[in-house]
Design a protein around this ligand. Structure first.
Ligand code: ASP
Length: 311
């Protein structure tokens, strides 16, 4: 029986020369742990949905990645987290946006799918729902990292000096975590979680919680995106990849390449995706210098990589 899992931890200007050996080691360890967490679920015969949630929770709990703990800050110094899950088997989905204080936004997104009549809940309503179902919450210090705070100060300075959002190096704004999986039943699922983009306007909603943009799963493929969310929404990236497979008969790799290497850059969008199809093929394309990524494909081949020239 074929199982497969792929994940990402954000994409951007990730260059070997900009990273210390310790930093690189820590990122690889975080990716490895998240891969192991999801893979263990699949090996035990668990569902793709459980597997992607396990991987994404591991990344949300790791302050190195921009999701859950370690999320970036909005222009006014708050954290507004977003997450989504999609179960390809039932083509059902749940997502949350504008969330603060919930330890694992991805679990709340799943609860929206499973315990509410809705697909997406945001802001105060999402937090009320979290309280009602007893989702584990944490104080602001838990989510804070100096690195993300410094990144905000830098952006604020840049904007105050007349710079535009477009001048900010992509690596400072990027980050999202996501996982896609195929389980022993042949079912696919996707999950994505993010703090969004540094210095985003309060109330801004990115691609992660928009089903069909940053998160998608059906009977053909599962996709999780990372990159400049506005562009992922404008090309309906996740759904577009699936549509190309279904209507044009493209392979997962071909469909992902068209969207990531042609459609997104044509509008000016940078980023990448983690994707898997029902044969257990994995694709991890990106159109910038690097993407934190890891996978075990249907043939058991394992990769943990960061830079373009890696793996
Ligand atoms: N896609 C995320 C957003 O736009 C950020 C990222 O993946 O870099 O909110």
């Amino acid at each position: 029986m074929t199982i497969a899992l792929a994940l990402h931890g954000g994409a951007g200007t990730l260059r070997r020369q900009d990273m210390s050996a310790e930093q690189e080691k820590a990122y690889r360890k975080g990716l490895q742990q998240a891969l192991d967490a999801g893979h263990a679920v699949l090996l035990a015969g668990g569902s793709a949905l459980d597997a992607v949630c396990a991987s994404v929770c591991a990344l949300e709990d790791d302050p190195l990645f921009n999701a859950g703990r370690g999320s970036v800050y909005t222009l006014d110094g708050k954290q507004e987290m977003e997450a989504a899950v999609m179960d390809g088997n039932r083509q059902d989905a749940g997502s949350v946006t504008g969330l603060a204080g919930v330890q694992n936004p991805v679990r709340l997104a799943r609860a929206v799918m499973e315990q509410s009549p809705h697909v997406t809940l945001g802001f105060a309503a999402a937090e009320d729902f979290a309280r009602r179902i007893g989702a584990p919450c944490r104080p602001p210090e838990y989510f804070h990292t100096d690195k993300r705070w410094q990144a905000l100060l830098l952006e604020q300075e840049r904007l105050a000096a007349g710079g535009s959002d477009a001048d900010i190096p992509e690596d400072r704004k990027h980050g999202t975590v996501g996982a896609v999986a195929l389980d022993t039943q042949g079912w696919l699922a996707a999950a994505t979680s993010t703090g969004g983009r540094t210095a985003k306007w309060p109330g801004r909603i990115g691609d992660t919680p928009v089903i069909g943009a940053g998160t998608w799963a059906d009977g053909h493929c599962a996709v999780s995106g990372t990159g400049h969310g506005e562009y992922f929404v404008r090309v309906a990236a996740g759904h577009e990849i699936s549509a190309r497979i279904r209507y044009l008969g493209e392979t997962l790799e071909q469909a992902c390449d068209v969207v990531v290497q042609r459609d997104l850059p044509r509008l000016g969008g940078t980023g990448g995706v983690a994707a898997v199809d029902r044969q257990g093929r994995v694709a991890l394309p990106f159109n910038c210098e690097g993407m934190y990524r890891a996978a075990i494909d249907g043939q058991g081949r394992r990769i943990v990589a960061i830079y373009r020239e890696d793996g």
